[in-house]
Design a binder for this molecule. Structure first.
Ligand code: HAM
Length: 430
């Protein structure tokens, strides 16, 4: 056992898996751009209050899961970002983005940190891709982000996903509901766990998000927020459902769905995969018009977004066999050395080929010619270029097409001419 191991809840991504990540990231970049979203990158840490105010002090994320520290004895506490939405909103407000244009469509693929108990699909460092649509106050915005998310899943070939959706109403709806919940839970006070007791005072809606099996029966009997929605909130929700149906996006309405973050209003949604086991949430999101005001803006700023866990997405794709056709990029040519003294010359040839944009491999482990050929075939190289003493002197090389077995003797210029075109095609594919 080596002395140092990766920190609990983190993992290494080796080249085969990195190819899968690149493939998924490529799909995200392409589709986000198709919908007119532009990439945003924000700092990995922010002031702790940003998350306390943004996500909510009584949420599990803020209460238990943040990696927070003091940068210096008199400094303000800072926190490794546990999610992206608060940081994106902070950045948008700081830059006064909405004064530059009325609508901003932003997306990201980012690393996040939560101090959760690690298990399959749950890490302490993980990644999300997500999108935030700022400036549009209507069901159109939330339908737009759900549509983008579902199209990413579809383009990757995922099947068997379940999109659940609910309305959390507006602030007035939730205030009425809060009172109803406090009345409902009061007689069960002694049966509640400590964190639910605290939440009963401060934010009873959060009790509904509790994972404690001992209080699930009590939660199941609680009144539904949906029954406290105003007519206009119900209409807003129905409009979202209408858009989804019109686009052929299957969903199920789940009036028990409350997300683990406080900033949502009106529509909230979550996508699950039965392939994932206990940690079955692949992604989620919703509208969060009130977040800007929570962060000190003088007014609400209409917004909607989602985020999808990259690790869970990759686990689901692996289980559905969606990486089967993904082979790491093969070299176009493998430079085969007849003897090791020719390494310098071989390296010079490889340099010329690479300079011309041709993906080239050469053995650096001083292996036999037979072993080099085995490696070339294993890597699925399209060509082998043989270098022997004779070739070094004459400047004429044997180029073998490893698919057709055709072989010709050519000058380096002629080799470059032959390989340039397929190299261009490969470049466009990657
Ligand atoms: P969230 O539901 O907390 O939402 O996270 C979204 C997704 O990130 C989850 O569904 C899950 O796939 C993944 N995830 C969360 N925690 C972990 C973990 N410890 N390990 C692995 N994957 C994890 C948000 O973060 C919101 N910011 C989404 C949003 C964007 N709402 C509006 N805009």
């Amino acid at each position: 056992m080596p002395q140092y191991q990766a920190v609990k809840g983190t993992r290494d991504i080796f080249p085969d898996e990195a190819a899968q990540w690149k493939y998924v990231e490529g799909a995200v970049h392409t589709l986000a751009s198709l919908y007119g979203f532009s990439e945003i990158r924000t700092p990995v840490f922010e002031y702790t209050e940003l998350f306390q105010r943004g996500i909510g002090a009584t949420t599990d994320i803020v209460g238990k899961e943040m990696f927070s520290f003091l940068p210096d004895p008199n400094g303000r506490s800072i926190t490794l970002r546990p999610e992206m939405t608060a940081g994106v909103m902070r950045a948008a407000l700081q830059k006064n983005l909405l004064s530059l244009a009325p609508v901003h469509k932003l997306y990201y693929i980012s690393e996040l940190f939560r101090k959760e108990r690690p298990q399959a699909g749950r890490q302490r460092q993980f990644s999300q891709f997500g999108a935030e649509l700022l400036g549009v106050s209507s069901p159109v915005a939330v339908a737009e982000v759900i549509t983008l998310m579902m199209q990413v899943f579809e383009s990757l070939g995922l099947t068997g996903l379940n999109l659940r959706i609910n309305s959390l109403g507006d602030t007035a709806d939730r205030l009425r509901y809060r009172e109803a919940l406090q009345l409902y839970f009061a007689p069960f006070h002694d049966q509640l766990d400590d964190s639910s007791k605290e939440r009963l005072e401060k934010n009873p809606l959060r009790i509904l998000d509790s994972k404690n099996p001992a209080i699930q029966d009590i939660i199941a009997g609680a009144p539904r927020l949906y029954d406290y929605l105003s007519t206009s909130s119900v209409e807003e929700f129905e409009k979202v459902l209408f858009y989804l149906s019109e686009r052929g996006i299957a969903y199920s309405v789940d009036h028990r769905l409350v997300r683990g973050l406080d900033y949502y209003c009106h529509t909230a949604f979550e996508v699950t995969s039965s392939e994932l086991g206990a940690q079955d949430a692949l992604g989620g999101g919703g509208r969060y018009d009130g977040l800007a005001r929570e962060l000190g803006n003088s007014q609400d700023l209409p917004a909607a977004g989602f985020a999808v866990g990259m690790e869970r997405l990759l686990i689901t794709m692996e289980k559905q066999g969606l990486f089967a056709a993904l082979i790491p990029h093969a070299p176009l040519v493998y430079v085969v050395l007849q003897e090791q003294e020719l390494l310098d010359h071989g390296m010079q040839i490889a340099f010329r080929l690479r300079k011309a944009g041709i993906k080239t491999e050469i053995d650096l482990a001083a292996r036999s010619m037979k072993a080099q050929m085995r490696e070339a075939n294993k890597m699925r190289a399209s060509y082998a270029l043989f270098i022997g003493k004779e070739e070094e002197q004459s400047g004429l090389y044997a180029l073998k097409n490893l698919v057709t077995s055709e072989q010709s003797t050519l000058s380096l210029e002629a080799v470059l001419d032959i390989l340039r075109e397929p190299a261009q095609r490969e470049l466009l594919k990657s």
